[in-house]
Design a protein around this ligand. Structure first.
Ligand code: F0G
Length: 362
């Protein structure tokens, strides 16, 4: 066998495609290089034959795609000689900012909406020593404050309006192209603050312009019905959804996301909370892949669009699973229908429970 060099993160891997000076001190936790898993079971139940791959971004160091952007944003912050970063967040950005700031020896301030962030994400921000500021408001309120505060205090914004965030996140498109040996026909993903769709489009476009691929995918992005400004055509004042990661009414990368949709010939669509949770469950039960609710909307979207014929037979589809299911254990447990059987700790009772269930499965 041949030994593989130690993977040291996406900046080292894609340095030639990233705007960084050669002497930059790279802040990395080994992000990127996430698996592209082909779905085996779910596509069998579809009316048309398609190949669906999921880009499992939940396997990044802090459990979400944010790490791709954060390695760049924090590396740049260090290079600029700054000592503190700030972000507003529905949870994942705060977890990632907290971890990378810890790694770099910076202070992280994270502004989160009170009561509306998943437990795992809050635990991460706390554990990594971020200064957590809970506001009686939502992500959009937090975003507004962060923009104002960064012009008045020496803190670097590491939300996706920081251009280096998108530069890092575009590398997911590079990885997909490398693994498929081509660009997919359709790329499905959740749409919240709209940074990620913009980053993927940037990545696909860069490899297209470099002549590495001859086509780009149609970008198909999905929102929760209660938080769907792109479907309404204007900001939404009180966004609400069980998928708290995308509980956003006033997306910052509004124009970039519309450009990605228009230039790629893709589309936006929306799903109810019930549909989002059903897709999360389906993926977990049928494929053994656990993603958080917001991520599952990409699966809901791909399946609906294949069933309706919008995505034709023979297509190669990639879906980004933006965050790990363990981020939000409360929502998972609440909707779980799996039997938890309580019995005495005896062989007889356990055996009885097993046999009864095997009987039920027949
Ligand atoms: N999926 C997950 C798991 C997210 O955490 C986010 C955004 C999105 C999808 C949407 O991506 O904003 O680039 O369109 N989370 C941000 C945060 C807002 O604060 O963690 P987007």
């Amino acid at each position: 066998m041949s030994f593989r060099p130690r993977y040291t993160g996406l900046i080292e891997r894609y340095r030639d495609f990233l705007p960084l000076s050669d002497d930059a001190r790279i802040i990395s936790l080994g992000e990127g290089d996430t698996p592209l898993i082909r779905l085996n079971n779910i596509p069998k139940e579809l009316p048309a034959e398609v190949a669906i791959y999921v880009k499992y971004e939940g396997l990044n160091p802090t459990g979400s795609f944010k790490d791709r952007g954060m390695t760049m944003a924090i590396t740049k912050t260090v290079a600029a000689g700054n000592h503190a970063v700030i972000c507003a967040s529905t949870g994942n950005t705060s977890a990632s900012a907290a971890a990378y700031a810890a790694r770099a020896g910076l202070i992280a301030f994270v502004i989160i909406p009170e009561g509306k962030i998943a437990q795992g994400k809050l635990a991460q921000a706390m554990m990594h020593g971020a200064v957590i500021i809970q506001i009686e408001g939502n992500f959009d309120d937090g975003m507004q404050i962060v923009k104002e505060v960064s012009s008045q205090a020496p803190v670097e914004i590491v939300n996706s309006i920081n251009p280096f965030r998108l530069q890092g996140q575009k590398t997911a498109a590079f990885e997909i192209i490398e693994e498929l040996g081509r660009a997919p026909d359709y790329h499905c993903l959740p749409l919240g603050n709209a940074g990620n769709i913009s980053a993927y489009w940037m990545g696909y476009t860069q490899f297209y312009q470099e002549g590495i691929v001859t086509k780009r995918p149609k970008m198909c992005a999905y929102q929760a019905s209660g938080a769907a400004p792109f479907l309404r055509g204007h900001p939404v004042i009180n966004p609400e959804t069980v998928a708290t990661a995308i509980r956003i009414g006033n997306p910052q990368s509004w124009d970039l996301a519309w450009a990605a949709q228009r230039e790629s010939g893709g589309w936006f669509d929306e799903f109810s909370d019930e549909e989002i949770l059903a897709a999360q469950k389906l993926l977990a039960v049928k494929e053994g892949i656990f993603c958080e609710p917001a991520s599952a909307i990409s699966i809901a979207g791909a399946l609906r669009d294949v069933k309706s014929g919008k995505i034709p037979a023979g297509s190669v589809i990639t879906c980004t699973l933006t965050g790990h299911g363990l981020k939000d254990p409360d929502t998972a447990i609440k909707q779980s229908t799996g039997p938890v059987i309580k019995v005495k700790a005896t062989l007889t009772e356990v055996k009885q429970a097993i046999l009864a269930n095997l009987e039920n499965l027949k």
